[in-house]
Design a protein around this ligand. Structure first.
Ligand SMILES: Cc1cc2nc3c(=O)[nH]c(=O)nc-3n(C[C@H](O)[C@H](O)[C@H](O)COP(=O)(O)OP(=O)(O)OC[C@H]3O[C@@H](n4cnc5c(N)ncnc54)[C@H](O)[C@@H]3O)c2cc1C
Length: 601
């Protein structure tokens, strides 16, 4: 079986040739870095992933977490992984050097996360959650809170979590019931229940620090009454010792996939002694949490792309070695069977995977680039990158999540019956990947966010900026003969997206919100295909430039393969927009009119 789970060449192509990560070093904030250093970081990430994450990918699935004597026991390597990630600075890689980090661009850090998750998604989740939670405390918490918690989370001793979901509050966080009662000692007494909390308790860390949403007694109803608290499992005392903080792990869930990382149920404050510390101002919790959620959403998109990438290399290896049948025009039984990669339909499945994976990865790198540029620019330019990032976050989360499952399914299909059995890793990728359209907001919630909020936000400015970005890519692509046709196709698809959007905004005015948002998921799907077509065009420009500049012989097949994946996307995937456009401009209120009693028999 192949040992390849990621392509270093492809990662470097994205970073340098498509997104010019080296260009960031012109900004003062990144001036001490060099493109060569970025390459070394990527090489180190692959080494680390191959060394400690990849070897236990299947084992972590087969030895899932168990709840024993009130504590969750996880794979014995989790402790070592957290330590290595802390010691190597991977948890703090984007943190400013002055605060103990490496000040790396997000493009590089996210490429590393993609590599780690391709090697072993479950294992990569532990340090990833530490990074997000620590960043949240640092961004909005007091100096005292940051000093107490952040260093230990960044060195991998204490696990960070995001604790939002409750039994009656999943998609609808407005309905949270966990309460926080202020005390005269500065802390709050927290009481409630949280469910599905990733890495919410385990024996691979000395402590667990929950970034928890709760409502202060007497707070306004709905999302405007939500506050954010640091709620440790064990609270640090002034003498350095740790005291149990009345956070009890009442259950660990048995999941379909992603089994190496526990999700737990927490009973908080059953004995009236759970202390939480407010982060920032009261009632602003959801706004703060959005920082971690948006980072996590990009992380989910990356994770989905990672799994689909690893599944692709496994399928590719199998397709090259498995011999079956003969070419349709060479049926002579005396001839040996051909490797299945010679069959057009197998090539179609592999090209589909490449089209999804590289399109998704480019979209995610694009988002990371906006994060980097928003950090180093000011005024209108900063606003532009922030608006683009905001608009594209639901798309960058959802397209890879939904399409990653389909890509893995096609990878599994390449294996035939073997793909369905656990002798090969495809069945695990298939199970693991199913989480992505669910966590960090379901696809439906992101569809409504995109259409109901993002597209019209700032008076439609984000959407207009997005259209400008595509126009610029179309213009740049038309210079290259090989890209004229895809550029024209993308320009036509954008016109359709614009007219669908204005049609739906009119529906909102005359048909009300329910009719407007009823097919928001399909709108998100349409938007995703157009956004990924744009990303393929950007890759196309990089490919044509490299070929025109006389690419090295060793790179010729790489670029030629990319060209085929681009052609595939435009020939097979972009046309799918036609059906979506037809449905989205049809005013039939089918799903609204179908009453729930009609679903019975
Ligand atoms: C493996 C895993 C890890 C997780 N990790 C964490 C974590 O670390 N921290 C945390 O806080 N949570 C976590 N979660 C919880 C996760 O974020 C929620 O499961 C998710 O937000 C959906 O909430 P729910 O399960 O209550 O589903 P529901 O909200 O009940 O949704 C059920 C279905 O109804 C649809 N639906 C709901 N409301 C609407 C609406 N208004 N319009 C249209 N459709 C709607 C949804 O799209 C979905 O299809 C995790 C979950 C899992 C499974």
């Amino acid at each position: 079986m192949t040992e390849k789970f990621v392509s270093e060449r492809n990662v470097l192509f994205m970073l340098h040739e498509v997104f010019d990560v080296g260009g960031l070093t012109a900004y003062e904030y990144y001036q001490d870095h060099t493109p060569k250093l970025f390459d070394r970081v990527i090489a180190e990430a692959i080494k680390l992933a191959r060394g400690i994450l990849w070897p236990i990918f299947a084992e972590m699935d087969r030895e899932p977490p168990v709840l024993e004597n009130g504590r969750v026991r996880v794979h014995k390597s989790v402790r070592k992984i957290l330590k290595e990630f802390g010691r190597g600075g991977w948890i703090a890689s984007t943190v400013p050097i002055a605060d103990g980090g490496d000040q790396l661009p997000h493009m590089v850090a996210d490429a590393c996360q993609y590599i780690f998750a391709a090697a072993n998604y479950s294992a990569s989740a532990y340090p990833g959650l530490c990074a997000g939670a620590a960043h949240l405390i640092e961004a909005f918490g007091s100096r005292e809170l940051a000093d107490r918690y952040v260093p230990r989370m960044r060195d991998g001793q204490w696990q960070g979590t995001m604790a939002l979901t409750e039994p009656e509050a999943g998609s609808s966080l407005a309905d949270l019931t966990t309460t926080a009662i202020p005390t005269e000692d500065g802390h709050y007494l927290i009481r409630g229940q949280k469910i599905f909390i990733s890495a919410g308790d385990h024996d691979g860390a000395e402590n667990v620090v929950h970034l928890m949403l709760a409502k202060i007694a007497g707070a306004p109803a709905g999302v405007r009454g939500i506050s954010l608290f640091v709620v440790p499992k064990r609270r640090p005392e002034s003498n350095g010792s740790l005291t149990d903080n009345d956070v009890v792990t009442s259950g660990v869930y048995h999941k379909l996939g992603y089994r190496g990382c526990p999700i737990v149920q927490l009973s908080i404050g059953d004995h009236g002694d759970c202390r939480g510390w407010l982060v920032g101002q009261p009632h602003n919790g959801l706004r703060y949490m959005f920082q971690m959620m948006n980072e996590a959403r990009i992380g989910v998109g990356l994770g989905a792309t990672s799994m689909a990438t690893a599944a692709y290399y496994a399928a590719l290896d199998y397709a090259r070695t498995r011999r079956q049948g003969r070419k349709v025009d060479q049926k002579d039984p005396a001839r040996p069977p051909v490797p299945i990669i010679e069959h057009a339909d197998v090539k179609r499945m592999l090209l589909f995977q490449r089209a999804v994976i590289d399109g998704s990865l480019a979209l995610l790198m694009q988002c990371s680039r906006y994060v980097d540029l928003a950090k180093v620019t000011a005024g209108a330019e900063k606003e532009k990158y922030s608006l683009l990032l905001d608009l594209l976050t639901p798309v960058a989360k959802t397209y890879p999540s939904e399409m990653g499952i389909q890509a893995i399914s096609q990878g599994l299909q390449c294996f035939g019956g073997s793909g369905y059995c656990d002798d090969y890793p495809l069945e695990q990728y298939y199970r693991d990947a199913r989480i992505h359209p669910i966590h960090e907001g379901t696809t439906a919630i992101h569809g409504m966010d995109l259409l109901g909020r993002k597209v019209t936000m700032a008076g439609g400015k984000s959407f207009a900026l997005f259209l400008d970005e595509i126009d610029a890519a179309v213009e740049a692509a038309r210079v290259h003969a090989a890209l004229v046709s895809p550029a024209d196709k993308l320009a036509a698809a954008v016109e359709q997206l614009k007219s669908v959007t204005s049609h739906l905004l009119k529906v909102a005015q005359r048909g009300g919100t329910e009719a407007f948002l009823a097919d928001a998921t399909l709108y998100l799907e349409l938007f995703g295909i157009v956004a990924v077509a744009w990303q393929w065009l950007l890759q196309g420009i990089a490919i044509e430039r490299a070929l025109a500049g006389g690419a090295k012989k060793a790179d010729q097949d790489f670029y030629a393969g990319k060209r085929f994946a681009l052609r595939y996307f435009y020939a097979y995937e972009l046309p799918k927009t036609a059906g979506l456009v037809q449905r989205l401009t049809d005013d039939d209120r089918l799903t609204i009119e179908a009453e729930s009693r009609l679903f019975n028999d």
